[in-house]
Design a protein around this ligand. Structure first.
Ligand code: MTE
Ligand code: MO
Length: 213
């Protein structure tokens, strides 16, 4: 897509979340190696506090039968760069929530990926109609280093909340102490880029204190 740009190359008509700057292309960024694709052993697991108390495991065929949505979204990395107009496509996360809903009191989940990467995401953020489990970028299957075969895209959150090589999520209860990769390292549980929720010290409600058993 074409944009009118200022002298520094920033698109004029687009609003940037606070504290971010534009970059022409996203950096390929991740912790650890790129996993080797193993389609025969791939599954998507929704567990934790599900409404029926059962862990749901979906195979690729089941996920591929869900309606595909296209979402054009900017990326906002917490290291302060943003990249314009990434054209993602895949099933809506809300369609998977419908297949395996959370128990009524659940407000947060831990999305997990290959090699133990994980991120805390609020159920409300996953329910956004713009939140997709992307299998395609710019009309092509996701490149391996961009998260093939599937990654989570939550456009209004910082991009660390969108695990590449995503394999499922666990619904968390309020007492739960499960934190994702960056959340364990002092980053924000919610991570809304438009509210500049970068760091844990900005969190309004205190993190739960572990109880002695
Ligand atoms: N599995 C996994 N997903 C991840 C990460 C990671 O380290 N591991 N890093 C996140 C961060 S911090 C960013 S900015 C984006 C980068 O996405 P890109 O490589 O497609 O630009 O991936 C996110 N998803
Ligand atoms: Mo990032």
């Amino acid at each position: 897509m074409d944009h009118a740009r200022d002298a520094a190359g920033a698109p004029l008509e687009r609003v940037l979340p606070p504290g971010q700057h534009w970059r022409a292309e996203p950096d390929v960024m991740h912790y650890g190696p790129v996993p080797r694709p193993r389609p025969d052993r791939w599954s998507f697991t929704v567990g934790g506090a599900t409404v029926d108390g059962v862990e749901h495991v979906f195979d690729w065929e089941t996920m591929a039968r869900l309606e595909v949505r296209e979402v054009v979204a900017d990326m906002h990395c917490a290291t302060r760069w943003s990249a314009l107009d990434q054209r993602w496509a895949g099933p809506r996360a809300s369609d998977v929530i419908e297949l395996a809903p959370p128990a009524p009191h659940v407000r947060e989940l831990l999305v997990f990926a290959e090699f133990g990467y994980a991120a805390n995401v609020a159920v409300d953020d996953l329910l956004s109609p713009r939140t997709v489990l992307a299998t395609h970028l710019d009309g092509e299957p996701l490149p391996r280093d961009r998260g093939a075969p599937m990654r989570l895209i939550v456009p209004h959150l910082y991009t660390w909340k969108g695990p590449k090589w995503v394999r499922g999520w666990n619904y968390l209860t309020d007492e739960s102490m499960h934190l994702g990769f960056w959340e364990q390292r002092g980053y924000h549980r919610r991570g809304d880029a438009w509210r500049q929720e970068r760091y844990a010290y900005q969190e309004v409600s205190p993190r739960p204190v572990p109880q002695d058993l």
